[in-house]
Design a binder for this molecule. Structure first.
Ligand SMILES: Nc1nc2c(ncn2[C@@H]2O[C@H](COP(=O)(O)OP(=O)(O)OP(=O)(O)O)[C@@H](O)[C@H]2O)c(=O)[nH]1
Ligand SMILES: C[S@@+](CC[C@H](N)C(=O)[O-])C[C@H]1O[C@@H](n2cnc3c(N)ncnc32)[C@H](O)[C@@H]1O
Ligand code: SF4
Ligand code: SF4
Length: 336
């Protein structure tokens, strides 16, 4: 296992398979790469099947035991089933998707070895959904969630970005996962770093407080020190419940913004669709090429990426005397 200078072991990789997408979500950070708009056909700049598989085989040598496929929309890749089937057996395989292509493909993905799926769903009303995603595919997303459940991918995590447009929908989404077996909710704090629009931020602590008040159980996850709440639906509020009871749903909060604890517990290296390693989601100045992607080039680049990884909040960005975050000057001229 490789460990960075800050004692963070790298146990997982997040592989962006494409930056193409059939949605145009107003908040999209595209895993740190900017715009997803553009042609939907396969692009030459994407890592091919062999590159992705070779990369996974090499990092498995370093003890990496989990891969998350993401994008853009990873299901636009027609070789996704093959990539998953050829992923080293010792790796847990998960995917984050907008869900629209799961109907008709979920079974094949599971047969290939997919173990978990997160489906992005920001609202429970087609018009609200369309306003955020710029897509009318709401019904397809619901069908996608059902297809994933039927294919045995339970629990399916629904990803919801909490920001100005969606904050009001949180209570109904919490009820939705409490009332429907097999679903969990992941509330993701809106990250303004890569999208601009800081005015869309909401105070995520208020969501924590609201959930803590209603929760029948609370847990801290090792990964990123994330908090998980088990919450009863509003119809059952006030009745004695435990986390295993029907009518109780799990809600996890992902709150990376200005959160040094989150970064101190970050164990994942990212790979862009073009095959660049990336030590931190929030940075684009630390991209590292893997050259022609031979085994030795991948090995070397992966080692260097881990050696140079830096927690974003609390180290790369530090607070100045006025309490504002600013770039730590020791990284001003640092090599990537
Ligand atoms: N800044 C930052 N944001 C993250 C990180 N991990 C997840 N996020 C945010 O959470 C979003 C959803 O994460 P997912 O791709 O669904 O996966 P996950 O929740 O991290 O992982 P699992 O719980 O293993 O499914 C990401 O696209 C980011 O917006 C991280 O390491 N750093
Ligand atoms: C970039 S998308 C890629 C995978 C897939 N297209 C999807 O939407 O699930 C991965 C996740 O990032 C989340 N996300 C995108 N932009 C974000 C932002 N600015 N802040 C927080 N989360 C964001 C999305 O909601 C989604 O759950
Ligand atoms: S579906 Fe995912 S990749 Fe596509 S625009 Fe929305 S968040 Fe971005
Ligand atoms: S260092 Fe922090 S901001 Fe960067 S990827 Fe890890 S958790 Fe996210």
């Amino acid at each position: 296992m490789l460990t960075d200078e800050f004692g963070r072991e790298v146990t997982g990789v997040r592989v962006s398979l494409t930056d193409r997408c059939n949605f145009d979500c107003v908040y999209c950070h595209n895993e740190g790469l900017g715009d997803t708009r553009g042609p939907m056909d396969p692009q030459d700049d994407e890592m091919d099947t062999e590159d992705v598989v070779r990369f996974l085989e090499v990092v498995a040598e370093f003890g990496v035991d989990a891969v998350k496929f993401t994008g853009g929309e990873p299901m636009l890749r027609q070789d996704l089933e093959e990539i998953i089937a050829r992923t080293p057996d010792e790796m847990e395989v998960s995917m984050t998707t907008n869900g629209t292509f799961l109907p008709g493909r979920a079974d094949d993905l599971v047969d290939a070895g997919l173990e978990r799926v997160n489906v992005s769903q920001d609202a429970l009303d087609p018009d609200d959904f369309a306003a955020v995603t710029k897509s009318g595919a709401y019904d397809k997303v619901l069908e996608g969630v059902d297809a994933a459940l039927e294919a045995g991918l339970e629990p399916v995590k629904l990803n919801m970005v909490v920001f100005e447009h969606t904050a009001g929908y949180v209570p109904e989404m919490v009820d939705h996962v409490a009332e429907n077996d097999g679903l969990q909710l992941q509330l993701i704090e809106y990250m303004p770093e890569l999208t601009g629009k800081p005015e869309w931020n909401i105070e995520i602590e208020r969501v924590h407080d609201w959930l803590a008040e209603r929760a029948v159980d609370i847990e801290h996850r090792e990964m990123h020190d994330r908090r998980r709440y088990w919450v009863a639906g509003s119809d059952d509020e006030g009745t004695e419940r435990s986390r295993e009871d029907p009518g109780v749903g799990m809600v996890e909060i992902v709150d990376p913004v200005e959160n040094p604890t989150f970064c101190a517990n970050c164990h994942r290296v990212r790979v862009t669709h073009e095959g660049y390693l990336k030590g931190c989601l929030n940075r684009n100045d630390d991209l590292r090429t893997m050259g022609e992607m031979t085994n030795s080039e991948i090995r070397e680049a992966f080692r260097e990426t881990v050696e140079n990884r830096v927690p974003y909040y609390g180290e790369y960005m530090i607070k100045n005397a006025d309490g504002e975050w600013e770039l730590n000057e020791k990284y001003l001229d640092a090599p990537a």
